[in-house]
Ligand binder design. Sequence first.
Ligand SMILES: [Zn+2]
Length: 296
Amino acid sequence: MNVEVLDLEYRDTPHTIAAFLVSAGRGPVLVETGPASTLPALERRLKEHGVTVGDVRHVLVTHIHLDHAGAAGWWAARGAQVYVHGRGAPHLIDPSRLVASATRIYGDRMDMLWGTVTPAPAERVTVVEDGDAIEVEGLRFTALDTPGHARHHHVYRLEDIAFTGDAAGIRIPGSGWIDLPAPPPEFDLEVWKQTLARLRAEKLTAIYRTHFGPSTEVSAELDRVEALLDETVETIGALEARKLERPAMLAAYREWVAEQARADGAGEDTIRTYEIANPRDMSVDGVIRYLNRRER
Ligand SMILES: [Zn+2]
């Protein structure tokens, strides 16, 4: 079994979004598609490995956020079978709500960031539930329902490794900092902790993060994500309690993260890469929404 990390160079920045080319000597399986805006880069990367678009018959996506599955419809329209969480599947088949909510956030930057999101033909979408095995091309993936970042999130286990999407946070090469993507509307601290417990119990020898790449320091990094969940909610909650205006709040949170990333060895370029992979305003909004929900 072989795993290649494909750097999609999202926004011309290396190490922001990855897709993974997995093979056991038969056909290739793609894990994550990246956004439609990075399809030219993805095609280039596949070609470097001698793979054409037509060779890819099976595509797994961890969840339907545009940085992970924005190009899923494109692949499905070319005949690939796309495997996705049951909560996400309807939005790949009809992405209109997904696109509308992203457009509310990104406005006229939508196309530059994400490209064109196209619908997946329903018969090309396979709904995967918790514990399901996906047996394709001589590989056997197991889907693990792993909410917390989003309710439509799967981690895919393969032998003793796993593709963790956003469930194990973000780690950009060149620093030890683990970054937390806590977006609205579904970020949930307690639920995410249950996901971490589940991932620990899997006794994985390596995890492959979409942002970005493999790591073998699995248990220490899962512990770090757990601590960061509390610290992040506490920090943003404290900023909210001070009734700061949103720009001031955003600046304070950004600096809080940057300081710790620097302490963990990240240079300014790496900190920028973290922010591209994980825009700070998303976590501020996600945590506030979570706190409001918890209060009610
Ligand atoms: Zn992501």
